[in-house]
Ligand binder design. Structure first.
Ligand code: Z5A
Length: 208
């Protein structure tokens, strides 16, 4: 049996990850591939509880180290319980955010040490890395105005503008360093043009 492939979708607020996740799922299913759609933080019962802890606002401020460790605690559960078993069964895993988000939000946004993130990545993931990462990129104002239409802001969405500028830049820097794995999608375009770019990127994956 061919091992499955691991595809991740990344980008800032409101760039269209959830919207395009369904589109990608359909494209893969049209090719008779079995697809598992999941997300981070989250993806298992325990990891979804950690997600709530991370996204809700609390009277007690979550320290940066606690936030980083919670992200990886959720990821450890998710990898062992969902991602690896699915890949081993030949399924394709489509994940809304993964460790690139940690480099972007905790590394870029919060200025945390990338070496610490890298150590946790190696420890928790072993050699698991995405086969393809679609980075949906749009100027801040585009994503934010789309996201704001949803109403109440979560703990991350309440950050200042320069936080999100650093997040975007961190994503773009990572994508620039590994053009094999990343495909940058111009997410500011109308949806049909965004989906055209996504389809092209998927066509580049040999088994699709
Ligand atoms: N986080 C972290 O800090 N560290 C980590 O390691 C991980 C995560 C894994 C999870 O949020 C938070 O956790 C996240 C980072 C942190 N912080 N935040 N904020 P999330 O991933 O669940 O939520 P999100 O990033 O806020 O995603 P989102 O706001 O739901 O956005 P989206 O999924 O990218 O967008 P959407 O819901 O698909 O689209 C937004 C609206 O725009 C919607 O009305 C669409 O119909 C519309 N849309 C989409 N595409 C288009 C185009 N092309 N044109 C016009 N309108 C469009």
């Amino acid at each position: 049996m061919n091992p499955g492939r691991f595809i991740t979708l990344e980008g800032g607020e409101g760039v269209g990850k959830s919207t395009n996740l369904q589109y990608i799922q359909q494209l893969l299913q049209q090719r008779q591939l079995e697809v598992v759609v999941t997300r981070e933080p989250g993806g298992t019962e325990l990891a979804e509880k950690i997600r709530q802890l991370l996204l809700e606002k609390h009277a007690e401020t979550i320290t940066e180290n606690a936030e980083l460790l919670l992200v990886f605690a959720a990821r450890a559960q998710h990898i062992q319980r969902v991602i690896l078993p699915a890949l081993q069964q030949g399924r394709w895993v489509l994940c809304d955010r993964f460790t690139d988000a940690t480099y972007a939000y905790q590394g870029g946004g919060r200025n945390m040490d990338e070496n610490v993130i890298g150590w946790l990545e190696n420890t928790v993931q072993g050699d698991l890395r995405p086969d393809l990462t679609l980075l949906l990129d749009a100027p801040l104002d585009v994503g934010m105005s789309r996201a704001q239409q949803r109403g109440k802001l979560d703990r991350f969405e309440s950050e200042q503008r320069d936080f999100f500028e650093r997040v975007r830049q961190a994503y773009l820097n990572r994508a620039g360093q590994d053009q094999q794995r990343y495909k940058i999608i111009d997410a500011s375009l109308p949806l049909n043009q965004v989906q055209q770019q996504i389809k092209q990127a998927l066509d580049g994956l040999s088994v699709v």
